[in-house]
Design a protein around this ligand. Structure first.
Ligand code: ACM
Length: 520
């Protein structure tokens, strides 16, 4: 990594751990053979070939050979993977560029996937890549971006594009916020009304939630992903070694599901998916039938998303209906629970047991700490860093994503110059200066902080263009914060490198804050 103040010789974001200049350069003009020298890398070679084709190279993909004459790029699994104390794969890699050879090596596919993206960055900045030797590895194993597809729906193609863009900056987690009060998005075969009814609302709030009186656009709004769509998204992410964390938010944020199946609710009222923002008061009833329904939903979600981590939400569950309903109070008494917070913890713990039966791990927002933390749960701390500090004290793994540092639905510039956003103020530099491992956590427990992620709540992001505008370049600052060690970070250096990274986004047709208006 460059020392602070040293001129950047490459424009990589995140910065790489070591970069040694060589002599000569690898030309990107003409034909290049692309060889996977280890089994099982053909998909990655094809991905790299597709990226290079975009840069004007004519790649010829082969496998299991020694490169012959002419320029060649090779991919190889090599070396012993380091064991991570939390079981994450080794993402280190080595990338060597010579005049007629580029060699990508890593002890694990995950590292090779990062090397492919580093090469994609290098190839995107000219007609040749300067000779160099790069050694690289991340600081933290959880480097994520979140996307809310409930408040506004984004098509499968847009989701794929988002995953491909975050991959470019070596992110490795995509948190897919699939359900909320305003729309249920994943098709669930056993309960078709979830999407038939729950994916469509009759209108949408105009302007900001705090503007009174509320005005609505009464055009129906909806969308959902078929099982096939989700499988395609999983496959697309798999090649890029990005894990998807599906979230089914419960027991609050469930109005869309209760609209489809009123028996899931506490009141039996006829509802429809919420047309305004803010949080619904309607909450799941905690009867066994509801738990079984949610277990079925999680089963289908776990069938589709083959990853360790399953998110069950747990945030902002208004307990008003639980306090008011005799049936719920009786249930609490029957279970020997003394508060509604304990009831929520009991509910979340049952989901955690279910997830664990399939050898998965449950994540919840920090409210899951309130009535007692479920065994084995991972805490995603959003309201402040306190939840993460408390969770680590209890020995639980943490994803530290406090809203004031990682909520990319906040304004990123002066409010009067920006499109409508939820509020707050989170400029690029504040994201860059975020330290994801809170100092208050004792050193012996710091390993429990797996990393962080940027949040894109989509109330005020009607289009995918706006999603990209809010995400970038703040996600680049976060990517560097999570990939580089604190002593390697350098705000001035980051700013020097940013224009080249932004030109990569231009090349890939990605919108961002600060971009010149599109011409034509
Ligand atoms: C959240 O912002 N409700 C997690």
């Amino acid at each position: 990594m460059l020392k602070k103040g040293e001129k950047n010789k490459n424009a990589l974001i995140p910065g790489v751990e070591s970069y040694r200049e060589g002599t000569g350069e690898f030309s990107l003009l003409g034909s290049v053979s692309l060889l996977s020298l280890s089994p099982g890398l053909e998909d990655m070679a094809r991905l790299l070939a597709a990226y290079l084709t975009r840069e004007g190279v004519t790649p010829v993909v082969g496998k299991g050979d020694h490169p012959g004459e002419g320029p060649a790029i090779t991919l190889k699994i090599e070396g012993k993977a380091e064991e991570h104390e939390m079981g994450f794969p080794d993402e280190s890699y080595h990338l060597e560029v010579q005049a007629d050879r580029i060699a990508l090596t890593a002890p694990h596919r995950a590292g090779l996937a990062r090397a492919v993206q580093t090469l994609r960055q290098l190839a995107g900045t000219g007609t040749a890549i300067p000779a160099a030797e790069i050694g690289d590895r991340p600081r933290l194993p959880w480097r994520g971006m979140h996307l809310d597809v409930s408040r506004h729906f984004f098509s499968k193609e847009e989701v794929l594009r988002f995953i491909d863009t975050i991959a470019l900056f070596r992110f490795n987690k995509f948190h897919f916020h699939l359900t909320d009060d305003q729309g249920w998005r994943p098709e669930i075969k056993k309960y078709p009304r979830l999407t038939e009814v729950g994916s469509r609302r009759s209108g949408t709030l105009i302007g900001h939630y705090s503007d009174k009186p509320h005005r609505f656009e009464d055009t129906p709004y909806g969308g959902f992903y078929t099982r096939r769509d989700m499988e395609e998204i999983v496959e697309f992410a798999r090649v890029r070694e990005i894990d998807i964390i599906p979230e089914i938010d419960m027991p609050g944020h469930m109005q869309a599901a209760i609209s489809a199946y009123p028996e899931l609710g506490c009141t039996g009222m006829t509802l429809e998916p919420r047309c305004t923002w803010g949080i619904s008061q309607h909450i799941l009833n905690p009867q066994e039938t509801t738990l079984n329904f949610m277990r079925d939903v999680l089963d289908e979600i776990m069938d589709i998303f083959p990853y360790t981590f399953i998110h069950v939400g747990g945030d902002e569950a208004h307990k008003y209906e639980w306090e008011e309903q005799r049936r719920v109070q009786d249930r609490m008494a029957e279970l020997g629970l003394e508060s509604e917070e304990e009831l929520q913890s009991w509910f979340i713990s049952r989901m955690g047991e279910h997830v664990r039966r399939r050898d998965r791990r449950m994540i919840g927002w920090d409210e899951i700490l309130e009535g007692g933390l479920a065994d084995g749960a991972i805490v995603m701390s959003w309201r402040s860093e306190e939840g993460g500090i408390e969770a680590a004290r209890l020995g639980a793994p943490v994803i530290n994503c406090p809203c004031e540092r990682t909520y990319f639905d906040y304004y990123q510039g002066p409010k009067e110059k920006e499109p409508l956003a939820i509020g707050g103020y989170l400029p690029l530099e504040k994201v860059y200066r975020f330290e994801p491992v809170p100092a208050e956590i004792p050193d012996s427990k710091k390993y429990l902080v797996m990393g962080s992620q940027g949040q894109l709540w989509s109330e005020y992001m009607e289009t995918f263009d706006r999603v990209e505008y809010m995400a970038f370049p703040r996600a680049l600052a976060l990517a560097e914060t999570l990939w580089c060690r604190p002593e390697e970070k350098d705000w001035e250096g980051f700013q020097d490198r940013l224009p080249r990274a932004l030109s990569l986004l231009d090349r890939w047709g990605v919108n961002y804050h600060g971009r010149e208006p599109r011409r034509g």
